[in-house]
Each structure stands twice: as C-alpha cells, then as structure tokens.
Design a protein around this ligand. Structure first.
Ligand code: TRP
Length: 333
C-alpha cells in the first residue's frame, strides 16, 4: 500500500515551543506510522525575514532538529531534510513566481499579518513577499497531499493549490496533486502574556527545552481574568490564558470541566489553577528536555540524520522538478 505523503516544516529561527507542540508536532507524531512524512528545516524561508542574522538561521537548524528528535520524531519513519540543500525547491520557486501575481501575494492574509507584525512598513524584503511561492514549491516538490500546520498557515496552503492548479492547467494534465492543511482543533496557543501569537522573538514562549524554573516563572506571570481580584469572586474562563493552556494540555478533561465550573462560581484562586498547569507542563516538558540534552551531546549524529534525510529528499524533489519542467514542455538537454 502506498502511504499518503505529508510535508511540514519550520523556519529555523530558534528552538521550538509548546505552541508548536500543540499546534503541529503532536499531529506529526500521530502521522508518522500511517504516512510518508517529510519534515523540512526551512532555513531559506527563515532568511526571508532574518537576512541580517544568517548565524542564527544556521545555529537554529540543529536546535529545531533536536526538538524534532526529542519529542519523538523517529528518523526511521519520518524524513528530516534541509531546505537550502534541495536545489529543486529553488528551481520550482523561481518557476512558480510566474504563476502568481504580486497583488495576490500582497493579499495573502498570513503575509499581511506577518508584514504588520514585523513592522516592515514599505521595506518588505522581496523574498519575504514571495515566500508563499517558495512554500508552494516545498509542498508540491514532495507531492504532499497533507500539510499539518498551525491555523495561521492555511492561507499558504490555499495559495499553493492555486499555483498547482495553474501549472496543471498549462500542462494540461494533473502533474501535481493538491494539498490539504490539517489544522489542530485546539486553535493557536496565545503567548504567556495573552498576546495572540506565541513566539520566541516576542519573549512570550515556553520552549521545549525550558528548565523547570523557566516553566514555573512563565506560569506565574501568566495572565488570568483581570477582574478576578479576590478568591471568592466569580472568574472568567474564556480568554483566560491559564485555561486556554489547560484546554490544550490537560488530559483529565472531566477534572478540567469541574475546575472551570468552580472558577466560574467563585472560590477558586488563580494560584490553584496555575499550580495545576505548572504540574502538567513540567510533566510534558521534562522528558523532552532530558532526551534533547542527551541528543545535544552528539551533534554529529543529528547532522548525519539531516544529511541522510536530505539525500533522500533530493532524489524525490529532483524527480518532481523534472516532471514539472517536462510537463510544461520546457527544454531539457
Ligand atoms: N511557514 C512555515 C513556518 O512558518 C514553515 C514552512 C516552510 C512550511 N515550508 C513549509 C510549513 C512547507 C509547511 C509546509 O514555520
């Protein structure tokens, strides 16, 4: 039986955090037996908004790979590969740029949000504006039909499919399959400060390598209900960051519902809900942190995993590149 193909990836801009865990790593773990899964260390995409700091992009390749392996991505089952070492992705990116308009790129809701968040103003790096075409190259070069990502990424998958349809139309045959985003039900995890997005650069993330003290400090500083001043007061669960995190990570659903009822009713202090969250996050992160520390002692082993995965990916993406160029009827020597 041929397994369906999955591609996901992460920009290599720093270690991954629990938002990535809830947002896509859990899905990737779930899929690695049933699917042919590729994980892309997206160092070229990282350069689209980090061109001033290539050293960080380089260093983060190993950090993200360590995170993958530490959470349980098994290189025997999933292929970890490095974007900058897959020339077919660059070839396809250049080609795809001709199948998308500047206006369409500017209208992409993810790009719009990110331009605002980064404060680019009018000085948008061209590579940044165009990275949806590059991401379309990533996805289609592996002929991926499933893309497990956070919900902010779905406009990119949509745009990928538009490009794929145009290519298939010009080629007059279905050279490339369309892809589907798989979005986790929990939705995006806010930062510990309640801001919409958890990010390392925003200083509001709990990384998968956080120490016990870092976890506790983050939980202590976490926003709750600003109107819940005294323990006896009724508290609000919706929009309360601690409960949002409990929703994402507390496996005792009945216990959590009970806790919410008591909080809403009044008489339950913020300290108690934070202690529960702290215990859950400590238990989640401790084994990841330990495995990560062990792996970090053997960087050569990790680099070998990336080298092997990249060699396999080079074959597959190179084949797709040729199929697309042939399918369009371009010159081949
Ligand atoms: N855009 C993704 C992020 O911000 C990274 C990424 C690059 C990606 N190429 C991809 C995700 C292909 C899914 C599929 O982390």
């Amino acid at each position: 039986m041929i397994k369906p193909v999955i591609l996901t990836g992460d920009r290599t801009t720093g270690p991954l955090h629990i938002g990535h865990y809830a947002g896509s790593l859990q899905n990737r773990l779930r899929f690695q037996d049933s699917h042919e899964q590729f994980l892309l260390l997206a160092d070229m995409q990282a350069m689209t908004d980090n061109a001033h700091d290539p050293e960080k992009v380089r260093r983060s390749v190993l950090e993200v790979a360590l995170d993958y392996l530490a959470v349980g991505i098994d290189p025997e089952k999933s292929t970890i590969c490095l974007q900058s070492h897959l020339p077919a992705l660059a070839d396809l990116s250049m080609l795809y740029l001709n199948f998308v308009t500047v206006a369409r790129l500017e209208r992409n809701p993810t790009i719009k949000d990110e331009i605002r968040a980064r404060g680019f103003g009018r000085d948008i790096p061209a590579g940044f504006l165009c990275y949806p075409a590059a991401q379309a190259a990533d996805i289609s070069a592996f002929r991926a039909t499933i893309v497990p990502v956070g919900e902010d990424q779905s406009p990119l998958v949509e745009q990928t499919n538009e490009i794929i349809r145009r290519i298939n139309t010009v080629a007059n045959k279905a050279i490339l399959p369309e892809a589907q985003a798989v979005i986790p039900q929990t939705g995006r995890l806010p930062g510990v400060d309640g801001k919409a997005k958890m990010s390392k650069s925003g200083g509001n993330a709990i990384t998968l390598s956080a120490t016990p003290d870092m976890i506790s400090a983050a939980v202590k500083a976490m926003f709750t209900d600003p109107n819940h001043l005294r323990v006896e007061d009724p508290g609000q669960v919706e929009g309360n960051v601690v409960f949002t995190y409990l929703d994402a990570f507390d496996e005792d659903r009945a216990g959590l519902e009970d806790l919410k009822a008591r909080y809403r009713h009044g008489g339950l202090g913020d300290g108690q809900i934070k202690r529960r969250l702290d215990a859950i996050l400590q238990a989640l992160i401790a084994p990841i942190r330990e495995r990560r520390a062990e792996l970090a002692k053997k960087p050569d082993h990790v680099l070998d995993v990336i080298r092997e995965g990249t060699a396999k990916a080079r074959q597959i993406t190179g084949q797709t590149r040729n199929d697309v160029f042939d399918g369009l009827g371009l010159m081949r020597l």
